[in-house]
Design a protein around this ligand. Structure first.
Ligand code: NAI
Ligand code: MG
Length: 507
């Protein structure tokens, strides 16, 4: 970070790790914050980022820039171009030109090589990308390092392999061809990984892309644009433009865009669905969730506790498939709550760049306000709140790991996506009741089942109306596995062979 002076760095040396209950709490308020020196030694964040259009970095026609901050410090990291309608149009036209001139004619096997190359360079830059991701979005470095970045590389790697095998992708040797120009809008919870989920299958299937990252976390997508430059993709095959909702709206409604892919809130998803209605555009939506994590009394309880913790506190709970509703069999409710109360006290909350941090910063002030508002509603409506007594840093956006017991189905916290480190716990007595409660939601993205009995896993998971069901694990991702939802969680599948279909026209 440009502003980190050596005196700041000295102050950081020998400091305690993030605050934990019962350990002395470092005074975050008096620090002139600087990231750990070893983490940022090898790169500087450019102070200003333009739009990546047609293989060039171009200033926005809008003339406007906005700041992206580090949510753990509230300090500005860089300023980023705000694309207006004319910029979006330029990006779409650059994509169209690239499609006609290069990408459409490129033999699939050659196309695949470019996608492999992107994967390879992501691996080479893994450390830097992880630090950048944690600084821009607030997630713990151990997650960006061990989950986001390796999975992003794995996604490009996996889809690169499909590029020259598409003739074998569908039953009966059905032939398929690319759609053309894809407009892709992604959220702030997994910025680099979502860029990979969108770009990798689109490119492997022969499409060209205009991608818009979220306004609070644009930096890893912009760094990915540099990687794409380095991988020497023909100019315009991938265009990355930054901006907020207006930019996204201009992109998805551009008449030359043939395929829209969106991950984000259900509310915006519905708006996009309306914008695409009647246009013939292909659309996939990956929206919110309120997943049930079901724990049966016969489950290995200590393992289940770890699964519950990973299900809701991973990435501060900013996870569309988070296990945000715990359904626990009545017989073990008290035991589970007791163990969970103890376990959340051991979670380290604080500096995302500290490799011992378990729960980092909430992505934005707005998101923190939303979490607080919903937690207040839970208390007002009569649920019982338990929070880790950890000390929170005096600066930045943080929220203590929390859960609610005595939750009624009518409570807002049982129905609405909190998108924060807040779990709602309810009980059940029979498998039927568990299934009924799990499905009693407007969402249908994911679920978890914890039991020692294999047959119960199959019986219960078959009846869950959720796109992904994890058994005796949670939040495990793999590029070979399709991901997507039912009901208000959206439609279409990303990942695996299924993910190819979203980017191909069957002929
Ligand atoms: P959002 O849905 O507004 O943002 C996601 C992306 O959509 C961003 O890139 C944004 O710039 C873009 N966007 C916004 N309005 C648009 C429009 N009209 N047309 C096209 N693109 C548009 O999410 P937001 O407001 O940041 O978060 C609000 C809530 O949404 C969160 O509290 C959470 O509950 C939920 N959410 C769910 C996500 C998921 O993965 N399921 C991801 C992000 C948010
Ligand atoms: Mg940011």
């Amino acid at each position: 970070m440009a502003s980190s002076s050596s005196s700041n760095v000295k102050k950081m040396n020998g400091r305690q790790a993030s605050p934990v209950v019962q350990t002395p709490v470092p005074d975050f308020t008096t620090w002139d914050y600087a990231p750990a020196p070893e983490a940022t030694d090898h790169f500087k964040i450019a102070p200003r980022w333009e739009l990546f259009i047609g293989g060039k970095w171009v200033a926005p026609k809008s003339g406007l820039y906005f700041d992206t901050i580090n949510p753990a410090t509230e300090q500005k990291l860089a300023e980023v171009a705000e694309a207006n309608e004319a910029d979006v149009d330029a990006a779409v036209r650059a994509a169209e030109k690239a499609y006609e001139k290069y990408w459409r004619k490129m033999p699939p096997k050659e196309r695949g090589k470019y996608v492999y190359r992107i994967s390879r360079i992501i691996q080479e830059r893994a450390r830097e990308l992880a630090v950048l991701e944690s600084m821009d979005g607030g997630k713990p470095i151990k997650e960006s390092r061990d989950v986001d970045v390796p999975l992003a590389a794995a996604h490009f790697f996996y889809y690169a392999g499909w590029a020259d095998k598409l003739d074998y992708a569908f039953p009966g040797g059905r032939k398929a061809q690319p759609i053309g120009i894809c407009g892709q809008v992604i959220p702030w919870n997994f910025p680099l990984l979502m860029a990979a989920w969108k770009l990798a299958p689109a490119l492997a299937t022969g499409n060209v892309c205009v991608l818009k990252p979220a306004e609070t976390t644009p930096l890893t997508a912009l760094r990915l644009a540099q990687i794409i430059e380095e991988a020497d993709l023909p100019p315009g095959v991938v265009n990355i433009i930054t901006g907020a909702g207006k930019t996204g709206a201009a992109l998805v409604s551009h008449p030359k865009v043939g395929k829209v892919a969106f991950t984000g809130s259900t509310e915006v998803g519905k708006r996009i669905q309306k914008a695409c209605a009647g246009t013939g555009k292909r659309l996939t939506l990956e929206l919110g969730g309120k997943a049930a994590n079901i724990v049966f009394a016969d489950a290995p309880i200590d393992q289940a506790i770890e699964g519950i913790v990973n299900g809701i506190y991973f990435n501060q709970g900013h996870v569309c498939c988070a296990g945000s509703r715990l359904l626990v069999e009545e017989a073990v409710h008290d035991l589970v709550v007791r163990k969970l109360t103890h376990r959340i006290r051991t979670l380290r909350v604080g500096d995302p760049l500290d490799k011992n941090t378990d729960v980092g910063a909430i992505n934005s002030k707005e998101q923190l306000q939303k979490i607080r508002m919903l937690v207040d509603s839970g208390v007002e409506e009569g649920a019982t709140l338990t929070q880790s007594p950890c000390a929170l840093p005096g600066r930045g956006f943080f929220f203590a790991p929390s859960f609610f017991t005595n939750v009624a189905q009518s409570h807002r916290i049982a129905n609405e996506e909190i998108f924060g480190p807040v779990l709602a716990i309810q009980t059940f007595r029979t498998p039927d009741e568990a299934v009924e409660k799990a499905n009693n939601t407007m969402y249908g993205l994911s679920a978890g089942v914890w039991t020692d009995k294999g047959s119960k896993i199959f019986k219960v998971s078959q009846r869950l109306r959720a796109g992904v069901v994890w058994a005796n694990t949670y939040n495990k991702f793999d590029p070979t596995s399709p991901f997507g939802g039912y009901k208000e969680s959206g439609f279409g599948r990303e990942g695996g062979r299924h993910g190819l279909g979203a980017y191909l026209e069957a002929v």
